[in-house]
Design a protein around this ligand. Structure first.
Ligand code: FE2
Ligand code: FE2
Length: 179
């Protein structure tokens, strides 16, 4: 199995559930507190999904895919000047890759976890329609931006720079994590 395909499929699964959250946000915007009884079960479901399925997905990226890419960046930043000259374009991509990995892994994944925690505490403690809507809106924007960045920058680069044996290794690590 190609690990990139697997991660993309998980994006689709997760986004199809987030569609309900988008609907709940627009109901809350339109009808305020009156929409709360219908929205709360959706918020609870998405809160649980973020804690389980989405957290597992991010772990696969953090612990299986990203280390494989970091190993490649290490090689490209190696001391061989000739290689650096010949691979200027690869080096340029390496910088973008490094920055993107940092944003995805060290900035956005923790923000997504924090958003899910806020959502779970708001649904448990009787948050207002306004606070829930604002929290959900934030999560939706964060996920849209994050998945887009992975799908348009990171995954195509990974597909490009990892050879088939590196991709195999990533897939094996993912499988080991699911076991
Ligand atoms: Fe991610
Ligand atoms: Fe992802």
């Amino acid at each position: 199995m190609n690990p990139i395909e697997h991660l993309l499929q998980e994006h689709r699964d997760i986004m199809s559930q987030v569609a309900d959250l988008r609907q709940a946000v627009s109901d809350l915007s339109a009808r305020g507190e009156a929409a709360l009884p219908g929205a709360l079960p959706v918020f609870r479901r998405i809160g649980r999904m973020m804690e389980t399925q989405l957290a597992r997905h991010a772990r696969k990226e953090d612990e299986a895919l990203f280390p494989a890419l970091e190993a490649i960046i290490g090689v490209e930043d190696g001391p061989t000047a000739v290689m650096r000259r010949e691979h200027k374009s690869i080096h340029g991509r390496g910088e973008l890759l490094r920055r993107t990995l940092h944003e995805l892994n060290e900035v956005e994944h923790p923000l997504i976890v924090a958003g899910g925690e806020t959502m779970r505490s708001l649904t448990a403690s009787g948050g207002t329609a306004d606070s829930l809507r604002a929290n959900a809106q934030e999560i939706i924007e964060l996920l849209d931006m994050h998945f887009l960045k992975e799908e348009q920058i990171l995954f195509p680069m990974a597909q490009n720079v990892l050879d088939s044996s590196a991709l195999d290794d990533v897939w094996k690590r993912i499988e080991a994590m699911a076991a």
